[in-house]
Design a protein around this ligand. Structure first.
Ligand code: UD1
Ligand code: UDP
Length: 399
């Protein structure tokens, strides 16, 4: 009998990071794969499902405009319980740190269904940063019997907490998704031209700063300071800014009010993953508070300034790809200008990525199916050598 595995997710980053794993689950004879999307995000989730051609068996459509965390969590638990009761999976897989992930883990735990946590063990050590994600990560790991830690340091975090489950170091599935996407872009000149044509306003002679931001702990004053810094940079004329603005109204309203008329600032809707990866390739520098982008940047050779005071992803800070700049107006402005002056923006992609080698999904599925596999080891892994993902090595010169 195949193992019945239900994958549950609901937001854009979870979808990107679960997509390669779902493909791997679907292709494995030892597994019967079922996908349940909660719809915590609507259009940003659909963009990813369409791109990776994932057709969920269940779509709970929970999102409401400007939803509250408690309203969302209560809807999730009630609806997920019905799905779990009907499907009776042998195991559920949840990802990361969202309200969907923590509610799904709790709903599964209450039904005594074993939980596998993908991207387990990331910690800042501060329950309020990121909020509420640090709490979500911790409670999911308490309930999980299988914890798929992306790196050795996330495994060490879990070991220090003396949890119940088994930890396996897999690398981060975002690197699997990124390699799949880079392969498509780098080997298809017509696709590159089509993606570039979506942003006809870009000036090829001016450095490009790519910006994203959505963290709840920065709502209000934090976003006001971030926008003020972007306004300063736009006025300096040193850089053109492209900002795909998150659909959360607490982000969209203030950003549009502050920067809607600013020169050199292009506020655009969220891009699908294909378009966003292409934009990262073209960027001189990335300014973000996103978790996933901190992991993708080393593989693309892009420096990243992170608008947070702490990060649960220390590996790229140690590797020098990521610098924490907080949300102070002058600190952001000065860090961007100093990076541009040093002209260190076009680094080569790191051949040893601290976050993965493109085989995380393969390891997770092998572990679920009870097959032998080697854990991810960032000190020896070289993603360029992998036959399953030849495109980054073969096609890099085509950018
Ligand atoms: C959520 C996650 C956060 C993750 C982020 C990724 C929680 C608590 N937060 O934050 O961990 O980093 O997603 O983006 O789980 N909206 C739309 N359409 C969409 C998506 C969002 O209109 O496709 C708007 C809606 O008004 C929605 C609001 O954004 O109510 C907030 O969405 P929500 O998922 O609650 O929070 P995020 O800030 O997106
Ligand atoms: N991303 C995207 N389109 C965009 C902005 C980001 O596809 O317009 C991707 C990005 O490459 C990364 C993920 O979305 O893989 C990050 O999502 P987000 O910043 O919403 O969440 P976080 O990573 O902070 O949880």
């Amino acid at each position: 009998m195949p193992l019945k595995v239900m994958t549950i997710f609901g937001t854009r980053p979870e979808a990107i990071k679960m997509a390669p794993l779902i493909k791997q689950l679907e292709g494995d004879a030892a597994i019967e794969s079922t996908v349940c999307v909660t719809g915590q995000h609507r259009s940003m989730l659909t963009q990813v499902l369409d791109l990776f051609e994932i057709v969920p068996q269940h779509d709970l459509a929970v999102m409401t405009g400007n939803q509250t965390l408690n309203g969302l969590a209560s809807r999730l638990i009630a609806l997920l319980d019905d799905v779990l009761a009907a499907e009776k999976p042998d195991r559920v897989l949840v990802h990361g740190d969202t309200t969907t992930a923590s509610a799904a883990a709790l709903a599964a735990f209450h039904r005594r269904i074993p939980i596998g946590h993908v991207e387990a063990g990331l910690r800042t050590g501060d329950l309020m940063q990121p909020w509420p994600e640090e709490m979500n990560r911790r409670v999911i790991d308490v309930m999980s019997d299988l914890m798929f830690a992306p790196t050795a340091s996330s495994k060490a975090n879990l070991a220090a907490e003396r949890l119940y489950g088994r930890t396996i170091v897999t690398g981060n599935t975002v690197i699997d998704a990124l390699y799949m996407t880079i392969a498509r872009i780098d080997c298809d000149a017509a696709l590159r031209a089509e993606l570039d044509a979506r942003l006809p306003f870009l000036d090829g002679t001016l450095p490009m700063l790519l910006v994203t931001g959505h963290r709840r702990e920065s709502f209000g004053d934090g976003f006001a300071r971030i926008c003020a810094a972007l306004g300063d940079l736009a006025l300096s004329g040193a850089v053109q800014i492209v900002y795909p603005v998150h659909l959360n109204p607490n982000v969209r309203g203030p950003v549009q009010d502050a920067l809607g008329d600013a020169p050199n600032v292009h506020l655009i809707d969220p891009l699908d993953y294909l378009g966003f990866v292409r934009l990262m390739q073209r960027a001189s520098l990335i300014l973000t508070d996103s978790g996933g982008i901190q992991e993708e940047a080393p593989a693309l050779g892009k420096p990243v300034l992170v608008m947070r005071d702490v990060t649960e992803r220390p590996e790229a800070v140690e590797a020098g790809t990521v610098q924490l700049v907080g949300t102070d107006r002058a600190a952001i402005r000065n860090a961007v200008l100093s990076h541009l002056e040093r002209q260190d923006a076009s680094r080569a992609p790191t051949s040893r990525n601290p976050y993965g080698d493109g085989r995380a999904s393969e390891r997770i599925v092998a572990a679920l199916a009870g097959r032998a596999f080697d854990e991810f080891d960032a000190s020896t892994a070289c993603h360029h050598a992998l036959p399953a993902h030849p495109a980054p090595a073969v096609c890099l010169e085509s950018r």
